[in-house]
Design a protein around this ligand. Structure first.
Ligand code: GAL
Length: 354
């Protein structure tokens, strides 16, 4: 009798242990499945041939390959281009949502049209990382699964003004060529509705004024970030103002490169040109002394932050360690570099200008 009871206890114990083992195994398997679940990221770009944005896209693809090599296929990454048409982009968004994508990274065509995109994403409970083309502040506040990644336009404009101011300190006669104590300039602007055009223009000029410069704007015009348009406008100005022009301020590198093309075609020696972006061609022009300098908004860092944020949101992971500001943006740090190879960062100056 005693023996029989012992056997029953033993059998019950063994059964319990087996059940416990199965539960542990199932839990382990479930958490492994969750971790290895493939997430689908849709990236929507406003147009295909924007140099700076293409640099970010190339970086995303490169980092994605590295990631796959290290972690296996845990992410699927797809890109769509909208030919500068917001309706096309909206259709692309519908397509990704109908295919159950887990997160969207959106480089808006029209930054004032974010509400439509947000409405669609929210209805499908798919988070969005906007980047480079910044939605207006109220739109970003519409839902807690929306963020913006971009550089700080005020910072880039300020750094651009400082590039010119520093250049003047070193080479005053090269800037104020007619020695009248006033810098005569022309200004190449990006798209009229883009946050970077308006704010960079304002802060590059304001910084120069704060640095004590007297300025005279000879002319300015919109060249939509495009090199050929920058060249066309600069050619027109060279024809009109000739050697009166002492400085060409550009909202980005591509238009500055267009200005260099114009100057070279005009057969004049002129390199008082500043740009923003730090694209490979922009940096090469700075190094070759064809430009005073540029502002580098690291495309590598841009891509890293976008992908990291997108993956974490899709997996509903915590966002700690990401420098998210109160306005739900993450700002990619930038620095200026001049043709003497000198680098300047605002955060090292205690951000007192920001
Ligand atoms: C700006 C950049 C421009 C252009 C634009 C597109 O930040 O400086 O070169 O790429 O974004 O949205």
């Amino acid at each position: 009798m005693k023996r029989k009871r012992q056997r029953i206890f033993l059998a019950a114990g063994a059964l319990l242990a087996a059940v416990a083992l199965v539960v542990v195994w199932m839990n382990k398997n479930r958490s492994q499945m969750e971790k290895s679940e493939i997430i689908k990221i849709g990236v929507l770009i406003y147009k295909e041939d924007d140099t700076f944005v293409s640099g970010i896209v190339e970086e995303m693809k490169r980092q994605f390959k590295d990631y796959e090599r290290e972690n296996g296929s845990r992410i699927r990454l797809d890109f769509s281009y909208a030919e500068e048409n917001q309706s096309i982009q909206n259709e692309q968004i519908d397509k990704y949502l109908s295919l159950d994508y887990d997160v969207l990274c959106v480089n808006l065509v029209d930054r004032t049209e974010a509400a439509i995109v947000i409405e669609k994403a929210k209805a499908a409970d798919v988070p969005v990382v906007f980047f480079n083309r910044e939605p207006v502040a109220e739109d970003l506040q519409q839902w807690d699964r929306l963020y913006y990644v971009g550089s700080d336009a005020k910072e880039s404009g300020t750094l651009e003004g400082l590039l010119v101011a520093d250049y003047y300190q070193k080479y005053p006669e090269q800037l104020d060529r007619n020695q009248d104590g006033v810098i005569q300039y022309v200004l190449l602007e990006g798209e009229s509705r883009h946050q970077d055009s308006l704010i960079r223009t304002e802060y590059s000029i304001q910084t120069l004024v704060e640095e004590g410069f007297s300025l005279e704007r000879l002319d300015g015009g919109i060249a939509n970030w495009v090199r050929s348009q920058g060249e066309a406008l600069t050619t027109q100005w060279l024809r009109e103002y000739g050697s009166e022009i002492e400085l060409i301020i550009s909202n980005n590198d591509d238009m500055a490169l267009g200005a260099i093309d114009a100057v070279e075609n005009w057969h004049v020696k002129f390199s008082n040109i500043v740009g923003i972006d730090g694209t490979p061609e922009g940096l090469a022009a700075v190094e070759a002394g064809k430009m005073i300098g540029t502002i580098v908004a690291g495309q590598e860092e841009y891509a890293r932050v976008i992908l990291d944020l997108a993956e974490r949101m899709a997996r509903r992971e915590a966002l700690d360690g990401l420098a998210i500001r109160e306005d739900k943006s993450i700002r990619v740090p930038m620095y200026s570099i001049n043709s003497d190879g000198e680098i300047r960062r605002l955060e090292e100056e205690g951000n007192e200008r920001n």
